[in-house]
Design a protein around this ligand. Structure first.
Ligand code: SAH
Ligand code: SF4
Length: 352
C-alpha cells in the first residue's frame, strides 16, 4: 500500500489514531511532493517513533529502481521500476534546452497491442494505481531536484482505459499543496478510445489530447491496430472534435511513419485533409524497429514528409528519437524484465 494512493482524509485519520498533531499531515506532504522524498528516513523533522510506525504500515513510494539508464548523448534517463507485486514499468525523462518532460506509463502492458509496439506485445497485465502514476513524476523530479516542466502520458499502456486512476493522479498533482501542476503542461496520448475521449472532454480539464492515428483510413489502420480495441476513424474524429469544442485545446495527431505502409504521397495528402478538418498539428515519429519487423523510411524521407505537410499548411514536426542508445521507445526495456522479485517490498502490513 502506497501513501499516495490515499486521500488526505485517510492520512489525517491515521495520524489522529496515532495521537499525532494535525500539522504532521502537512509535513509529510511537504516531504513527498516538495522534496520528492522516497523514504521516511529522509524526513528529518518527523519523530523517530512516527517514522517507525509509518514504515511498518504504508510505503511512501511505490517504485523500486531495477535499472536506470542514461543516454550520455542527450541526457535522456530511462528507468525500469519494480512495483510492489514485482511487475515492471518504464518511465523516461527527456531533457531539451529549457524544458524537461517526463513520459509516464499508465498500465503494465497494454490491451491494444499495436503491431509495432513493445508495450502491447503480451497484452494487459494490470492498471497502475493513482500512487504508481504519481510516483513516476516524483522519480523524474527527484532526478532533476526540481519540478519537471511537462508530463506526457505516452509510456506503457492505454491511458484512456485507466482513466479513473489517471484522473485521480493528475488532479492530485495539480493541487497547490502538492506539485501545482498546470493542466496545460500535460498531454494524454490515446490509440483512440472513443468513450474515453468523450469522458475526458467532459471532465473540463485543459489537458492536451494526442491521438495516435498512424493511418488515413480504417483499412490501413486495421493492419496496425488490432480489432479488439479499435474504434472506427469517423467515431474517433467526432470524439476529438467534441474534445476540442469542450476544452479549446488543439489536438495532436501522432503518426508513426512505416516504410512502404503509410508513407506514400497520396497518404500524406489524405493526412493533410484530416489535420485540416480536425484543426490538428501532426507529430511524425519514425517507426522504431525494435519491437517488430516494421521499419521507418530513411531519415531523408521522414524529413521530406514533414516538409510536405508544412508546405500544405499543416503544423508538423518530426519527433526526435531521444535515448536511442537506451531503448527509450515505449515498452522495450520491460520486454527484457517483465517481472522481478521485489522481495524487499513484500509482506508489509496495511493499515488503511
Ligand atoms: N497507448 C497510447 C500512449 C502510449 S504509446 C497511444 O498509443 O497513444 C505513445 C506513442 O508511441 C503512440 O503514438 C504510439 O503509437 C507510439 N509508438 C509505440 N511504439 C512505437 C514504435 N515502435 N515506433 C514508433 N512509435 C511507437
Ligand atoms: Fe498500447 Fe499505445 Fe503501444 Fe498501441 S502504441 S500497444 S495503444 S501502448
Amino acid at each position: 500500500m502506497n501513501l499516495k494512493d490515499q486521500g488526505d482524509d485517510a492520512l489525517k485519520e491515521l495520524l489522529v489514531s496515532w495521537k499525532q498533531p494535525a500539522f504532521r499531515a502537512r509535513q509529510l506532504k511537504e516531504w513527498l511532493y516538495g522534496k520528492f522524498a522516497v523514504s521516511y528516513e529522509e524526513m528529518t523533522n518527523l519523530p523517530a517513533a512516527l517514522k517507525q510506525k509509518l514504515s511498518e504500515s504504508v510505503r511512501p513510494f511505490s517504485l523500486e529502481t531495477c535499472q536506470r539508464l542514461m543516454d550520455e548523448a542527450d541526457g535522456t534517463v530511462k528507468w525500469l521500476s519494480a512495483l510492489e507485486d514485482g511487475n515492471t514499468i518504464e518511465t523516461v525523462l527527456i531533457r531539451v534546452p529549457g524544458r524537461t518532460t517526463v513520459c509516464i506509463s499508465t498500465q503494465v502492458g497494454c490491451p491494444v497491442r499495436c503491431v509495432f509496439c513493445a508495450s502491447g506485445r503480451n497484452g494487459l497485465v494490470r492498471n497502475l494505481t493513482k500512487g504508481e502514476i504519481i510516483d513516476q513524476v516524483i522519480l523524474a523530479c527527484r532526478e532533476l531536484q526540481a519540478r519537471v516542466d511537462n508530463i506526457v502520458v505516452m509510456g506503457m499502456g492505454e491511458p484512456l482505459l485507466n482513466l479513473d486512476s489517471l484522473q485521480l493522479a493528475l488532479d492530485e498533482i495539480a493541487r497547490e499543496d502538492t506539485l501545482a501542476f498546470g493542466a496545460r503542461h500535460v498531454t494524454i496520448s490515446t490509440s483512440g478510445i472513443v468513450p474515453g475521449i468523450r469522458r475526458l472532454a467532459e471532465m473540463g480539464r485543459a489537458w492536451n489530447l494526442a491521438f495516435s492515428l498512424h493511418a488515413v483510413n480504417d483499412e490501413m489502420r486495421s493492419q496496425i491496430v488490432p480489432p479488439a480495441v479499435r474504434f472506427p476513424l469517423e467515431e474517433i474524429f467526432a470524439a476529438c472534435e467534441y474534445h476540442r469544442k469542450l476544452t479549446g485545446r488543439m489536438l495532436t495527431l501522432e503518426y508513426a511513419l512505416i516504410n512502404g505502409k503509410n508513407d506514400s504521397r497520396e497518404t500524406m495528402d489524405r493526412l493533410v485533409e484530416i489535420a485540416h478538418r480536425l484543426h490538428a498539428k501532426v507529430n511524425l515519429i519514425p517507426c522504431n524497429p525494435n519491437a517488430s519487423r516494421l521499419t521507418a523510411p530513411t531519415m531523408r524521407r521522414c524529413y521530406e514528409a514533414v516538409d510536405y505537410l508544412v508546405s500544405r499548411d499543416v503544423q508538423a514536426t518530426l519527433r526526435h528519437s531521444h535515448g536511442q542508445g537506451i531503448l527509450a521507445a515505449c515498452g522495450q526495456l520491460r520486454q527484457a524484465h517483465p517481472v522481478v522479485e521485489a522481495a524487499s517490498q513484500k509482506g508489509k502490513p496495511q493499515v488503511f
